[in-house]
Design a protein around this ligand. Structure first.
Ligand code: IMP
Length: 427
């Protein structure tokens, strides 16, 4: 039995899709447990490139069961579009299971996401992906959400949709927005419900059976721990918890089934959307990293903000998410940078601290404290083992491991599946 969790250690976009896809080769079940189509995972193999937003990265493995668990918020239209995109790319045979307790993202959630952002002053805007994620989770906790089991039951869907839109239309009217048509949404979305209903099931039962049968289960986190509603840089976070700690609740399994937690980190840092980013810098080197690393959002196309690697962040994630091994991605992107900086602590009002302050004003006043290490110029994209790396690259990985107090289990030297070096067998 194996329960391996893959989580982002930073602000998302660390390359989780690639590692999940890589580990999925040996997994019997691959599970998305939080978030929705705000996530974007790019997977490349055999000269093909796929951008996944909702569907687990195990979809390319015919034998794997792919689960969208109860902690997710699912836009049915987007899910069907993604399945169609996969079909066009030749991916027809797959096993998919959608939790009957997952919540459904509907057009009014997307409208509300935009409206709430619009109503905020510029400095307070979260910079959401406008996929309706926050408002759908808000409905869940306000107990007016529409779950998959409600969505595929025509009467319940109509009833709940009517109640919710009667309420939200008043809000739209108040803020000068067009009211939404209940009948039109019902007619369009009940068609999606019909198609998706064959995938809807109790995925907690499915997952517990998988563990009972000694299967290998891979949990694929979306976003990163610093975007966690509880442990992230609140309020500039997403509306779910992308930590390993949230897996049992968000999937309906016992915590005892989690055997390993792989924290995915870039060899540097990036962030999209708003919020303080201590190690951010913008100069020729940042531009080089952005261009070589293709640092533009998969979901929104926005250029990503660039920063040096921050081991305060890595230690924070290790603590709140229980990371057992690191996977360092995009190491090749740092080739040809003379001096690399690694953040080891923060300075807050003349005091050295090694944690992320909860108060966002304190965080904004934190200055990064760096050590500098020499870079390398050798092409590392064909490296197949640690000892083949130039000494300076070995030293860089060793420093990250030492400072984050976590072993490096995997490192990646290029976008392809083959450019992944595994130092510890995980699955
Ligand atoms: P939301 O998840 O769309 O509500 O956006 C909230 C914050 O999370 C924004 O700063 C987004 O840019 C960020 N975010 C959401 N999903 C991702 C992701 O997959 N990668 C990186 N940032 C994300």
């Amino acid at each position: 039995m194996k329960g391996v969790v893959v989580v982002g250690t930073q602000w998302g976009d660390e390359g989780k899709g690639k590692i999940t896809d890589f580990l999925a080769e040996k997994a019997d079940v691959v599970v998305r447990f939080q978030g929705g189509n705000n996530a974007g995972h790019t997977i490349k193999f055999d000269g093909k490139k796929f951008a996944l937003h909702l569907i687990p990265s195990g979809i390319f493995r015919k034998d794997a069961i792919n689960v969208l668990a109860n902690g997710m918020v699912i836009n049915p239209k987007a899910a069907l579009e993604e399945l169609e995109m996969l079909k066009q790319g030749g991916v027809n045979e797959y096993n998919l299971a959608i939790s009957n307790r997952a919540h459904v993202v509907l057009p009014y959630h997307i409208e509300l996401d935009g409206l709430f952002e619009e109503l905020k002053e510029d400095s307070k805007k979260v910079g959401t992906t406008k996929k309706g994620i926050g408002p759908t989770y808000a409905d869940k906790y306000s107990r007016i959400g529409i779950r998959m089991c409600d969505f595929i039951d025509p009467e319940t869907f109509y009833d709940k949709l009517t109640d919710n839109l009667n309420y939200y239309n008043k809000l739209f009217k108040l803020f000068g927005k067009e009211e939404m048509n209940i009948e039109a949404i019902y007619t369009e979305y009940s068609k999606y419900a019909e198609v998706l209903s064959k995938f809807v099931t109790d995925t907690s039962i499915l997952l517990n059976k998988a563990f009972d049968d000694d299967k290998k289960v891979l949990f694929e986190g979306a976003q990163g721990a610093l975007l966690c509603t509880d442990h992230g840089t609140y309020p500039f976070v997403t509306s779910s918890s992308p930590t390993a700690a949230s897996v049992p609740l968000n999937t309906g399994i016992s915590p005892k089934y989690i055997t390993d937690v792989i924290g995915i980190t870039k060899a540097y840092s990036t962030r999209v959307g708003s919020g303080y980013f201590a190690t951010e810098f913008e100069n020729k080197v940042a531009k080089q990293i952005r261009d070589i690393g293709h640092e533009y959002g998969t979901t929104t196309g926005r250029p990503r903000r660039i920063g040096w690697i921050d081991t305060v962040v890595l230690r924070h994630t290790r603590r709140v998410s229980g990371i057992t091994g690191l996977s360092v991605m995009l190491l090749d992107v740092l080739t040809n940078i003379e001096t690399l900086k690694i953040c080891v602590a923060y300075k807050l009002e003349d005091e050295l601290i090694d944690y992320i302050p909860a108060n966002i004003k304190d965080y904004e006043n934190c200055e990064p404290v760096y050590i500098e290490v020499p870079g390398w110029t050798e092409d590392i994209t064909q490296v197949a083992k640690f000892s083949d790396l130039p000494l300076n690259a070995q030293n860089y990985l060793n420093k990250i491991s030492e400072l984050s107090e976590t072993p490096v289990s995997i490192f990646s030297v290029g976008p392809d599946r083959t450019q992944t070096v595994v130092l510890e067998d995980l699955m």
